[in-house]
Design a protein around this ligand. Sequence first.
Ligand code: SAM
Ligand code: SF4
Length: 457
Amino acid sequence: MNTHDIINEEKINEYLEKGKKASKEEISAIIKKARDCYGLSLKEAAILLQIEDENLLESLFDSARFIKDKIYGNRIVIFAPLYTSNECTNNCLYCGFRSANKELHRRTLSKEEIVAEAKAIENIGHKRVLLVCGEDPKKTHVDHITDAVGAIYKDVDIRRINVNAAPMSVEDFKKLKKAGIGTFQIFQETYHRETYEKMHEAGFKRDYDYRLTAIERAFEAGIDDFGIGVLLGLYDYKFDVLATLMHSEYMDEKYNVGPHTISVPRLRPALGSGLSETPYPISDLEFKKIISVYRLTVPYTGIILSTREAASLRDELLSLGVSQISAGSKTNPGGYEEDDREATQFQTSDERSLDEMLQVVCEQGHLPSFCTACYRANRTGEVFMELAKDAHIHEFCQPNAILTFKENLVQFASDQTKEKGEKMIQKEFEKIDDEKMKEETLKRLKRIENGERDLYF
Ligand code: SAM
Ligand code: SF4
């Protein structure tokens, strides 16, 4: 395969150059058009990425908020990462797990330890987990991941396990599919080849093309639910954001399914990192622009924000287009049982607990959701996209968010969170349009109060 068909650097640069020349009127017209929620072309996205004018930026943010509300309502899906290993044979300059970091306390959790960690996560109140590990052919090969997934599903009430791991062969992806993972996430880190080579000095990850084509091999293996992204700060964000969108468009055109999610990790300081400073620092304002451009260009793709970002900024970004957040995260293997700073991948910024986070989400007018229904009812890939584009997905999401949040309140929440959460549920319940659905949701809310669990549509 010619990977130039996936990422065409000349075209990206050409669009960005032309984007600089757009008039205010043209920019305003694109921002307005995006409100129809049909998405934008790469050329239009390039124009938006070039916005510097304060008023135009405000109107970009405004459209992002409008689209977020129209498509996702005020729901925010919540998850926690579970690091199974920090052993890694790669030497990505930016990462604390890199092989050259001899100070790191290395650890690969056993199956039993992974289950214990998942139980600790469950006991905080989570239902969705993102499994993360370094790349070490001896320690973190696909069987390590599938064993972990199988053991967690069997012994813990975690209902969806997404995976962020190294690229694999079709055969290995088939094993992942069989284990029942949710989304397979892989970040290209940077789509800019020259920078990619500088950042990845050794190990399998040096192979840009093998990483770029991973999603297609996953697809061939039957995984139609995938997430992409770049590590913001490694290279010019305008190039990398447009390249991410080009990758998304390529998959959409070829397979009729775009990415389920785009993540927006921004480079964080890491103990033992090989970078003394961020090569291309991104301001908070630029970060907001990035999230907004994604929201306008691919309105049906979820946007994931992690605890890499500070509390105050995270709160603002919820309205702007983010649809999933992690909360109460630890980035070292075994971290939910024992925090070891010398074993972490990078420093988190938002250290609030899940319980605190739930209060904040409610205070800001958002509805926390622990829903895992779509994937368990086989509403993934093309089926999901069709439902999402017809806005039918709302009919399920709203009651499911209410029911899963209710479970959390009944089982895990502090009194303060319960009080705020119950008020939010009452308000959100009234938004269910369909009378039958409303009636059934009410019945299920009572059943949850009486001790039943895992009720979803
Ligand atoms: N090892 C696998 C890989 O590299 O694809 C998967 C797990 S890796 C721990 C997950 C992601 O963490 C990477 O894709 C990278 O984007 C991100 N990451 C690495 N170092 C980081 C840092 N210093 N700050 C923020 N994110 C970082
Ligand atoms: Fe290893 Fe992934 Fe970190 Fe690179 S980013 S050093 S592959 S864990």
